[in-house]
Design a protein around this ligand. Sequence first.
Ligand code: ATP
Ligand code: ATP
Ligand code: MG
Ligand code: MG
Lengths: 256, 256
Amino acid sequence: MATIIAVANQKGGVGKTTTAINLAAALAHSKKRTLLIDIDPQANCTISFLNPADITESIYDVLSDHRVPLEALVRPTSAPNLSLAPSRISLAKLEQVLVGQFDAPFRLKDSLSSVRSNFDFIIIDTPPALGILTVNAFVAATHLLVPIQASYFALEGTDDLLETLERVRSRPNPDLQLLGVLITMYDPRTNIARDSYNQIKAVFGKKLMRTQISRSVRIEESPAYKESILTFAPKSPGAQEFMKLSREVLDRVEAN
Amino acid sequence: MATIIAVANQKGGVGKTTTAINLAAALAHSKKRTLLIDIDPQANCTISFLNPADITESIYDVLSDHRVPLEALVRPTSAPNLSLAPSRISLAKLEQVLVGQFDAPFRLKDSLSSVRSNFDFIIIDTPPALGILTVNAFVAATHLLVPIQASYFALEGTDDLLETLERVRSRPNPDLQLLGVLITMYDPRTNIARDSYNQIKAVFGKKLMRTQISRSVRIEESPAYKESILTFAPKSPGAQEFMKLSREVLDRVEAN
Ligand SMILES: Nc1ncnc2c1ncn2[C@@H]1O[C@H](COP(=O)(O)OP(=O)(O)OP(=O)(O)O)[C@@H](O)[C@H]1O
Ligand SMILES: Nc1ncnc2c1ncn2[C@@H]1O[C@H](COP(=O)(O)OP(=O)(O)OP(=O)(O)O)[C@@H](O)[C@H]1O
Ligand SMILES: [Mg+2]
Ligand SMILES: [Mg+2]
């Protein structure tokens, strides 16, 4: 049964999409059959692999009342072992469509049951909010990975995130575990980054991933070439950090 | 009558809060009576001036059914001419509270009528989404300022933003104008930033602000000291860029 990792943090621009893409690519590179699911209406994961014009059906059609099966959507990417379930902007309407539906939080979990046995890992990228889309990811997931930028605003939002984690754990998904907190865009040369890093470590302790992702132009450029960092710049520090992250994720998942 | 500028972009982490704080501070520095309104539940603007524990009432109480008058909330900051209307996480609940209320998009606009004559400028920071909170800012505002980071994902979301602008202009707020698009965290040394800048310029033309805000550690550090860049590092390039931005904003507002 696949390990399902939701990558989430309602703070914007902390590297959720960058982490989801490159962790999925690193796991696929280690011969793990990996599915990347984009449930952010901004579809940043999707446009890092495909041209928006090429997408007809999206995760919206799976989660809304059109009830298209997820396997109809899953498509291979140029990277071996890596498949993608794309998003489109229409997903932003889902919140209105699902209001009042008692099964609203379970739509993604239910749709995964038909594909889960085909993959070793499923990685879910989420929007910068704690609305119905992110809740769907929390309910469907076995683990939660929280990218966090070492900056002043970093710790402010984590209380709400952990509160949402506890709420989901108490009823719809008791098995959901916090896999860890990942420092992204790290530049150890600045005081603000070092101070913030120490604060994050004090709050999260062992849950802070040993791997950090440094700020790097190669990582920022790679989606423009429709590639992950693994193939765009395989020898770069960014590629090595994501390979290290994938090994740490495997260790933590097996240890639980 | 105050000029009301909504600072918005549903892409996360592009510098909305940083722009709202430092533009408001630069306008106040130029002797304009300025009010900064935080309608992001993450309250990043608010924690850049106040300690969260000091806040009892927030913009939530104004926009929800408690109908507290906005002037009961407005408080001075350490900077002369600059006042703040704080936010709290409870604001995240507003979306559910306002579902189905036909006056939902007008709550902020209605609450501003009693304070508008006390200020020359009102700056509104918004969350990374196009939901009811951001729509409230669009309906209340006279102008929209869109911070944009020169990176691959930058242009993807702008179609939806402009579509939302047109929808708000066609009915609830015909006077809303796009003040401009502002490049933030700009590092001209990288290809991705220069390429992206050229794409943004090609799309927005004259609506691209002549001022750019460079990436700078001083700007990133300043909220940790509860100061704007204007007082934290008055001689820094960041402070000068925001002063230049405030002058350009004044020119564009007067020209319209
Ligand atoms: N390690 C890194 N080095 C340099 N740039 C990075 C790095 N990680 C992410 N970025 C850049 O920072 C910006 C924000 O990253 P990203 O879009 O992945 O964040 P996000 O959390 O998914 O944002 P959103 O909240 O909008 O979904 C992007 O322009 C991305 O290219
Ligand atoms: N010019 C700059 N130079 C360096 N860092 C910056 C600059 N502008 C913003 N930042 C940093 O980038 C991060 C994102 O900025 P900010 O929080 O203002 O964006 P935002 O659009 O308000 O995010 P959100 O979508 O979560 O509301 C913050 O850590 C901030 O300190
Ligand atoms: Mg993203
Ligand atoms: Mg913000």
